[in-house]
Design a protein around this ligand. Structure first.
Ligand code: EPS
Length: 376
Protein backbone atom coordinates (compact mmCIF):
# COMPACT_ATOMS: atom_id res chain seq x y z
CA UNK A 1 0.00 0.00 0.00
CA UNK A 2 1.29 3.46 -0.94
CA UNK A 3 -0.82 6.17 0.64
CA UNK A 4 -0.56 9.97 0.57
CA UNK A 5 -2.21 11.99 3.32
CA UNK A 6 -2.31 15.78 3.05
CA UNK A 7 -3.03 18.60 5.47
CA UNK A 8 -2.93 22.37 5.32
CA UNK A 9 -5.01 25.47 4.77
CA UNK A 10 -4.65 27.79 1.78
CA UNK A 11 -3.43 30.77 3.85
CA UNK A 12 -2.05 28.75 6.77
CA UNK A 13 1.64 28.23 7.56
CA UNK A 14 2.25 25.39 5.17
CA UNK A 15 0.80 22.45 3.33
CA UNK A 16 2.10 19.10 4.46
CA UNK A 17 2.02 15.55 3.17
CA UNK A 18 2.97 12.11 4.42
CA UNK A 19 3.54 9.17 2.08
CA UNK A 20 3.42 5.75 3.68
CA UNK A 21 4.37 2.45 2.10
CA UNK A 22 7.29 3.36 -0.15
CA UNK A 23 10.01 0.71 -0.46
CA UNK A 24 13.54 1.56 0.66
CA UNK A 25 16.26 2.67 -1.76
CA UNK A 26 13.98 4.54 -4.15
CA UNK A 27 15.94 7.55 -5.47
CA UNK A 28 14.04 10.77 -4.72
CA UNK A 29 14.77 13.60 -7.15
CA UNK A 30 13.89 16.81 -5.29
CA UNK A 31 14.62 18.95 -8.35
CA UNK A 32 11.97 17.04 -10.26
CA UNK A 33 9.44 17.59 -7.46
CA UNK A 34 10.18 21.32 -7.61
CA UNK A 35 9.87 21.23 -11.40
CA UNK A 36 6.34 19.83 -11.17
CA UNK A 37 5.46 22.29 -8.40
CA UNK A 38 6.53 25.15 -10.68
CA UNK A 39 4.57 23.66 -13.59
CA UNK A 40 1.47 23.49 -11.37
CA UNK A 41 1.81 27.21 -10.73
CA UNK A 42 2.25 28.05 -14.40
CA UNK A 43 -0.14 28.49 -17.31
CA UNK A 44 -2.03 31.29 -18.96
CA UNK A 45 -4.93 32.64 -16.92
CA UNK A 46 -3.60 32.23 -13.37
CA UNK A 47 -4.32 35.01 -10.85
CA UNK A 48 -2.49 37.18 -8.33
CA UNK A 49 -1.80 34.48 -5.74
CA UNK A 50 0.70 32.73 -7.98
CA UNK A 51 2.85 35.89 -8.00
CA UNK A 52 3.18 35.52 -4.23
CA UNK A 53 3.96 31.79 -4.04
CA UNK A 54 7.18 30.10 -5.22
CA UNK A 55 6.36 26.54 -4.27
CA UNK A 56 9.28 24.35 -3.21
CA UNK A 57 9.21 21.07 -1.34
CA UNK A 58 11.04 20.49 1.90
CA UNK A 59 11.47 16.84 2.79
CA UNK A 60 11.28 16.36 6.55
CA UNK A 61 11.68 12.61 6.95
CA UNK A 62 11.85 9.28 5.17
CA UNK A 63 14.75 10.12 2.85
CA UNK A 64 18.46 9.94 3.56
CA UNK A 65 21.07 10.99 1.02
CA UNK A 66 18.41 11.08 -1.73
CA UNK A 67 17.17 7.51 -1.10
CA UNK A 68 13.98 6.46 0.69
CA UNK A 69 14.34 4.63 3.99
CA UNK A 70 10.89 2.91 3.77
CA UNK A 71 9.82 5.04 6.73
CA UNK A 72 6.96 7.56 6.28
CA UNK A 73 8.12 10.30 3.91
CA UNK A 74 6.95 13.60 5.37
CA UNK A 75 7.27 16.86 3.48
CA UNK A 76 5.92 20.40 3.35
CA UNK A 77 5.36 23.30 0.97
CA UNK A 78 5.37 26.65 2.77
CA UNK A 79 2.69 29.26 1.98
CA UNK A 80 4.46 32.59 1.40
CA UNK A 81 1.09 34.31 1.72
CA UNK A 82 0.98 33.27 5.39
CA UNK A 83 3.14 36.33 6.10
CA UNK A 84 0.10 38.44 5.08
CA UNK A 85 -2.46 36.18 6.76
CA UNK A 86 -0.80 35.33 10.07
CA UNK A 87 -2.91 37.90 12.04
CA UNK A 88 -6.09 36.17 10.80
CA UNK A 89 -4.98 32.54 10.52
CA UNK A 90 -2.45 31.82 13.28
CA UNK A 91 -3.28 28.68 15.31
CA UNK A 92 -1.74 30.42 18.33
CA UNK A 93 -4.44 33.12 18.24
CA UNK A 94 -5.94 35.19 15.43
CA UNK A 95 -8.48 37.94 14.78
CA UNK A 96 -11.25 35.86 13.19
CA UNK A 97 -13.55 38.88 12.95
CA UNK A 98 -11.45 39.92 9.92
CA UNK A 99 -11.38 38.25 6.48
CA UNK A 100 -14.77 36.66 7.02
CA UNK A 101 -16.70 35.37 4.03
CA UNK A 102 -20.48 35.10 4.20
CA UNK A 103 -21.47 36.01 0.63
CA UNK A 104 -21.07 32.35 -0.24
CA UNK A 105 -19.92 31.45 -3.76
CA UNK A 106 -22.09 29.22 -5.95
CA UNK A 107 -20.02 26.21 -6.99
CA UNK A 108 -17.57 26.48 -4.05
CA UNK A 109 -17.70 24.41 -0.86
CA UNK A 110 -18.66 27.53 1.15
CA UNK A 111 -22.35 27.00 1.90
CA UNK A 112 -22.63 23.23 2.26
CA UNK A 113 -19.45 23.24 4.34
CA UNK A 114 -20.73 25.97 6.67
CA UNK A 115 -23.91 24.03 7.35
CA UNK A 116 -22.15 20.70 7.80
CA UNK A 117 -19.39 22.01 10.10
CA UNK A 118 -21.57 24.50 11.98
CA UNK A 119 -19.60 27.59 10.97
CA UNK A 120 -20.72 31.19 10.58
CA UNK A 121 -17.65 32.09 8.50
CA UNK A 122 -17.02 30.27 5.22
CA UNK A 123 -13.31 30.94 5.67
CA UNK A 124 -13.24 27.94 8.02
CA UNK A 125 -14.39 25.86 5.05
CA UNK A 126 -12.75 27.41 2.01
CA UNK A 127 -9.27 27.43 3.51
CA UNK A 128 -9.19 23.64 3.26
CA UNK A 129 -11.48 23.20 0.25
CA UNK A 130 -9.18 25.50 -1.76
CA UNK A 131 -7.24 23.98 -4.62
CA UNK A 132 -4.09 25.28 -2.96
CA UNK A 133 -4.00 21.84 -1.31
CA UNK A 134 -3.12 20.32 -4.66
CA UNK A 135 0.47 21.60 -4.32
CA UNK A 136 1.20 18.74 -1.93
CA UNK A 137 -0.70 16.26 -4.07
CA UNK A 138 1.71 17.21 -6.85
CA UNK A 139 4.76 16.91 -4.58
CA UNK A 140 3.63 13.50 -3.29
CA UNK A 141 2.54 12.42 -6.76
CA UNK A 142 5.99 13.18 -8.12
CA UNK A 143 7.53 10.76 -5.62
CA UNK A 144 4.97 8.18 -6.80
CA UNK A 145 5.98 9.04 -10.38
CA UNK A 146 9.59 8.24 -9.46
CA UNK A 147 8.48 4.86 -8.05
CA UNK A 148 6.57 4.06 -11.25
CA UNK A 149 9.45 5.22 -13.42
CA UNK A 150 11.75 2.76 -11.65
CA UNK A 151 9.52 0.08 -13.24
CA UNK A 152 9.43 1.72 -16.67
CA UNK A 153 5.98 3.30 -16.27
CA UNK A 154 5.58 6.93 -17.44
CA UNK A 155 2.66 9.33 -17.01
CA UNK A 156 2.05 12.38 -19.19
CA UNK A 157 -0.78 14.46 -20.60
CA UNK A 158 -1.94 17.71 -22.17
CA UNK A 159 -4.84 20.13 -22.29
CA UNK A 160 -7.44 19.08 -24.82
CA UNK A 161 -9.92 21.93 -24.54
CA UNK A 162 -10.69 25.17 -22.78
CA UNK A 163 -14.27 26.35 -22.37
CA UNK A 164 -15.40 24.68 -25.59
CA UNK A 165 -12.28 25.51 -27.68
CA UNK A 166 -11.30 21.95 -28.56
CA UNK A 167 -8.16 20.30 -29.94
CA UNK A 168 -9.45 17.26 -31.83
CA UNK A 169 -5.90 15.99 -32.56
CA UNK A 170 -4.59 12.52 -31.78
CA UNK A 171 -1.06 12.46 -30.41
CA UNK A 172 1.59 9.83 -29.73
CA UNK A 173 2.69 9.54 -26.10
CA UNK A 174 6.14 10.88 -27.02
CA UNK A 175 4.60 14.17 -28.26
CA UNK A 176 2.78 14.94 -25.03
CA UNK A 177 5.61 16.29 -22.87
CA UNK A 178 6.25 19.20 -25.27
CA UNK A 179 2.82 20.58 -24.28
CA UNK A 180 4.36 21.69 -20.97
CA UNK A 181 6.45 24.27 -22.86
CA UNK A 182 3.26 25.89 -24.14
CA UNK A 183 1.32 28.65 -22.35
CA UNK A 184 -1.83 26.53 -22.08
CA UNK A 185 -0.23 23.05 -22.29
CA UNK A 186 -1.96 22.60 -25.67
CA UNK A 187 -0.43 20.87 -28.68
CA UNK A 188 -2.22 22.74 -31.46
CA UNK A 189 -1.02 26.36 -31.82
CA UNK A 190 -4.16 27.62 -33.54
CA UNK A 191 -6.47 26.13 -30.92
CA UNK A 192 -4.22 27.43 -28.17
CA UNK A 193 -4.24 31.00 -29.53
CA UNK A 194 -8.01 30.90 -29.71
CA UNK A 195 -8.20 29.61 -26.16
CA UNK A 196 -5.86 32.36 -24.92
CA UNK A 197 -8.02 34.99 -26.62
CA UNK A 198 -11.02 33.51 -24.88
CA UNK A 199 -9.25 33.74 -21.51
CA UNK A 200 -8.54 37.45 -22.17
CA UNK A 201 -12.20 38.01 -23.01
CA UNK A 202 -13.45 36.13 -19.94
CA UNK A 203 -10.99 38.01 -17.74
CA UNK A 204 -12.33 41.34 -19.06
CA UNK A 205 -15.85 40.12 -18.29
CA UNK A 206 -14.94 38.95 -14.77
CA UNK A 207 -15.69 35.35 -15.74
CA UNK A 208 -13.82 32.02 -15.56
CA UNK A 209 -13.18 28.90 -17.67
CA UNK A 210 -12.76 25.17 -17.25
CA UNK A 211 -11.64 22.59 -19.78
CA UNK A 212 -10.68 19.01 -20.55
CA UNK A 213 -7.35 17.35 -19.78
CA UNK A 214 -6.10 14.05 -21.21
CA UNK A 215 -3.80 11.89 -19.08
CA UNK A 216 -1.92 8.90 -20.46
CA UNK A 217 0.09 6.11 -18.85
CA UNK A 218 2.66 4.18 -20.86
CA UNK A 219 4.54 1.03 -19.96
CA UNK A 220 2.24 -0.55 -17.37
CA UNK A 221 2.07 -4.32 -17.73
CA UNK A 222 -1.26 -6.10 -17.85
CA UNK A 223 -3.09 -7.39 -14.81
CA UNK A 224 -3.08 -4.37 -12.47
CA UNK A 225 -6.45 -3.85 -10.82
CA UNK A 226 -8.97 -6.65 -10.42
CA UNK A 227 -12.04 -8.23 -11.95
CA UNK A 228 -12.61 -10.18 -8.73
CA UNK A 229 -13.05 -7.45 -6.14
CA UNK A 230 -14.91 -4.47 -7.52
CA UNK A 231 -13.35 -1.94 -5.17
CA UNK A 232 -10.02 -2.90 -6.78
CA UNK A 233 -11.11 -2.23 -10.36
CA UNK A 234 -8.37 -0.10 -11.90
CA UNK A 235 -10.81 2.19 -13.73
CA UNK A 236 -12.80 2.74 -10.52
CA UNK A 237 -9.62 3.58 -8.60
CA UNK A 238 -8.25 5.96 -11.23
CA UNK A 239 -11.58 7.70 -11.82
CA UNK A 240 -12.08 8.05 -8.06
CA UNK A 241 -8.63 9.58 -7.65
CA UNK A 242 -9.23 12.04 -10.49
CA UNK A 243 -12.71 12.92 -9.20
CA UNK A 244 -11.18 13.72 -5.80
CA UNK A 245 -9.43 16.72 -7.32
CA UNK A 246 -11.12 20.08 -6.76
CA UNK A 247 -13.33 21.18 -9.72
CA UNK A 248 -13.36 17.83 -11.57
CA UNK A 249 -16.90 17.00 -12.69
CA UNK A 250 -16.43 14.20 -15.23
CA UNK A 251 -13.95 11.44 -16.05
CA UNK A 252 -13.83 9.01 -18.96
CA UNK A 253 -11.53 6.16 -19.91
CA UNK A 254 -10.59 5.48 -23.53
CA UNK A 255 -13.55 6.03 -25.83
CA UNK A 256 -15.50 7.08 -22.75
CA UNK A 257 -19.07 8.27 -23.19
CA UNK A 258 -18.88 7.60 -26.95
CA UNK A 259 -19.10 3.82 -26.27
CA UNK A 260 -22.79 4.35 -25.67
CA UNK A 261 -23.32 5.70 -29.20
CA UNK A 262 -21.46 3.01 -31.15
CA UNK A 263 -22.06 -0.64 -32.02
CA UNK A 264 -19.93 -3.29 -30.32
CA UNK A 265 -17.89 -3.89 -33.46
CA UNK A 266 -16.82 -0.22 -33.40
CA UNK A 267 -16.01 -0.21 -29.69
CA UNK A 268 -14.18 -3.39 -28.68
CA UNK A 269 -10.50 -3.67 -29.53
CA UNK A 270 -9.71 -6.79 -31.51
CA UNK A 271 -6.99 -8.99 -30.04
CA UNK A 272 -3.90 -9.81 -32.07
CA UNK A 273 -0.78 -11.83 -31.39
CA UNK A 274 2.58 -10.39 -32.45
CA UNK A 275 5.87 -12.22 -31.78
CA UNK A 276 4.09 -14.33 -29.16
CA UNK A 277 2.69 -11.22 -27.38
CA UNK A 278 -0.94 -10.15 -27.20
CA UNK A 279 -1.79 -6.68 -28.49
CA UNK A 280 -4.95 -4.82 -29.50
CA UNK A 281 -5.78 -3.50 -32.97
CA UNK A 282 -7.15 -0.30 -31.41
CA UNK A 283 -7.25 1.16 -27.90
CA UNK A 284 -10.85 2.25 -27.41
CA UNK A 285 -10.80 0.60 -23.99
CA UNK A 286 -8.12 3.07 -22.89
CA UNK A 287 -5.88 0.28 -21.63
CA UNK A 288 -8.35 -1.18 -19.14
CA UNK A 289 -10.58 -4.24 -19.62
CA UNK A 290 -12.54 -5.92 -16.83
CA UNK A 291 -11.09 -3.50 -14.30
CA UNK A 292 -7.51 -4.56 -15.13
CA UNK A 293 -4.74 -3.00 -17.19
CA UNK A 294 -4.37 -4.85 -20.48
CA UNK A 295 -0.86 -3.66 -21.33
CA UNK A 296 -1.99 -0.92 -23.73
CA UNK A 297 -1.64 2.78 -22.90
CA UNK A 298 -4.06 3.98 -20.25
CA UNK A 299 -6.04 6.94 -21.62
CA UNK A 300 -8.13 9.05 -19.31
CA UNK A 301 -9.86 12.41 -19.83
CA UNK A 302 -11.32 14.65 -17.18
CA UNK A 303 -13.55 17.72 -17.28
CA UNK A 304 -12.75 20.64 -14.99
CA UNK A 305 -15.54 23.06 -14.22
CA UNK A 306 -14.91 26.82 -14.39
CA UNK A 307 -13.42 28.23 -11.18
CA UNK A 308 -16.28 29.26 -8.88
CA UNK A 309 -14.78 32.59 -7.75
CA UNK A 310 -16.03 34.97 -10.44
CA UNK A 311 -14.85 38.57 -10.27
CA UNK A 312 -18.21 39.65 -11.59
CA UNK A 313 -19.94 37.67 -8.83
CA UNK A 314 -23.02 35.49 -9.11
CA UNK A 315 -26.25 35.93 -7.21
CA UNK A 316 -26.20 34.36 -3.79
CA UNK A 317 -27.36 34.87 -0.21
CA UNK A 318 -25.33 36.57 2.51
CA UNK A 319 -25.49 34.03 5.32
CA UNK A 320 -24.82 36.78 7.89
CA UNK A 321 -28.00 38.70 6.97
CA UNK A 322 -30.10 36.14 5.11
CA UNK A 323 -30.47 38.74 2.33
CA UNK A 324 -29.83 38.34 -1.38
CA UNK A 325 -26.28 39.41 -2.29
CA UNK A 326 -23.53 39.17 -4.90
CA UNK A 327 -20.99 36.41 -4.17
CA UNK A 328 -17.62 37.38 -2.68
CA UNK A 329 -14.55 37.83 -4.88
CA UNK A 330 -11.21 39.50 -4.17
CA UNK A 331 -8.92 37.82 -6.66
CA UNK A 332 -9.21 34.68 -8.73
CA UNK A 333 -7.68 32.64 -11.49
CA UNK A 334 -9.54 32.96 -14.81
CA UNK A 335 -8.37 29.49 -15.83
CA UNK A 336 -6.29 26.92 -13.97
CA UNK A 337 -6.40 24.19 -16.61
CA UNK A 338 -2.60 23.82 -16.75
CA UNK A 339 -2.49 23.36 -12.98
CA UNK A 340 -5.26 20.81 -13.39
CA UNK A 341 -3.23 18.88 -15.96
CA UNK A 342 -0.24 18.59 -13.62
CA UNK A 343 -2.45 17.73 -10.64
CA UNK A 344 -4.24 14.97 -12.53
CA UNK A 345 -0.97 13.44 -13.70
CA UNK A 346 0.13 13.51 -10.06
CA UNK A 347 -2.97 11.89 -8.57
CA UNK A 348 -2.88 9.21 -11.27
CA UNK A 349 0.74 8.50 -10.28
CA UNK A 350 -0.20 8.20 -6.60
CA UNK A 351 -3.21 5.98 -7.24
CA UNK A 352 -1.29 3.78 -9.65
CA UNK A 353 1.70 3.44 -7.33
CA UNK A 354 -0.71 2.14 -4.69
CA UNK A 355 -2.25 -0.39 -7.11
CA UNK A 356 1.21 -1.55 -8.23
CA UNK A 357 2.53 -1.90 -4.68
CA UNK A 358 -0.59 -3.82 -3.64
CA UNK A 359 0.19 -6.43 -6.25
CA UNK A 360 3.96 -6.51 -5.94
CA UNK A 361 4.55 -5.79 -2.27
CA UNK A 362 8.27 -5.45 -1.67
CA UNK A 363 10.17 -3.74 1.14
CA UNK A 364 13.04 -2.51 -0.99
CA UNK A 365 13.25 -1.30 -4.56
CA UNK A 366 15.31 -4.29 -5.73
CA UNK A 367 12.58 -6.67 -4.56
CA UNK A 368 9.88 -4.56 -6.26
CA UNK A 369 11.77 -4.44 -9.55
CA UNK A 370 12.49 -8.18 -9.52
CA UNK A 371 8.83 -8.99 -8.92
CA UNK A 372 7.69 -6.64 -11.70
CA UNK A 373 10.21 -8.16 -14.11
CA UNK A 374 8.71 -11.63 -13.48
CA UNK A 375 5.26 -10.54 -14.70
CA UNK A 376 4.28 -11.42 -18.27
C1 EPS B 1 -8.44 29.13 -4.60
C2 EPS B 1 -8.36 30.53 -4.57
C3 EPS B 1 -7.14 31.27 -4.98
C4 EPS B 1 -6.30 30.36 -5.86
C5 EPS B 1 -6.04 29.09 -5.07
C6 EPS B 1 -7.32 28.30 -5.04
O1 EPS B 1 -6.33 31.62 -3.88
P1 EPS B 1 -6.49 33.02 -3.13
O2 EPS B 1 -7.81 32.95 -2.41
O3 EPS B 1 -5.32 33.08 -2.18
O4 EPS B 1 -6.44 34.08 -4.18
O5 EPS B 1 -5.12 31.02 -6.25
O6 EPS B 1 -5.06 28.31 -5.64
C7 EPS B 1 -3.80 28.41 -5.13
C8 EPS B 1 -3.42 29.24 -4.18
C9 EPS B 1 -2.85 27.48 -5.74
O7 EPS B 1 -1.65 27.50 -5.34
O8 EPS B 1 -3.26 26.74 -6.62
C10 EPS B 1 -9.67 28.45 -4.20
O9 EPS B 1 -10.52 29.10 -3.58
O10 EPS B 1 -9.85 27.24 -4.48
Amino acid sequence: MIKLTTAGESHGKALVGIIEGLPSNLPVDIDEINKYLALRQSGYGRGGRQKIERDRVEILSGVRNKLTLASPLAFCVVNNDYANWQPYMAPEGADVSQKTLTRVRPGHADLSGMIKYDQTDARNILERASARETAVRVAGGTVARQYLRALGVEVSGYVKSLCGVVDGGVYAFEQLESAKEQPLFMLDDKVQNKAMELIDKLKAEGDTAGGVVEIRVKGLKSGFGSCMTYAQKLDAILCGAVMSVQAIKGVEIGMGFAVADNAGSKVHDEILIKDGKYTRATNNAGGIEGGMSNGEEIVLRAAMKPIPTLMKGLKTVDTATGEAAIAASERSDVAAICACEIILESVVCTALADVVSNRLGGDNLKEVKERYALLP
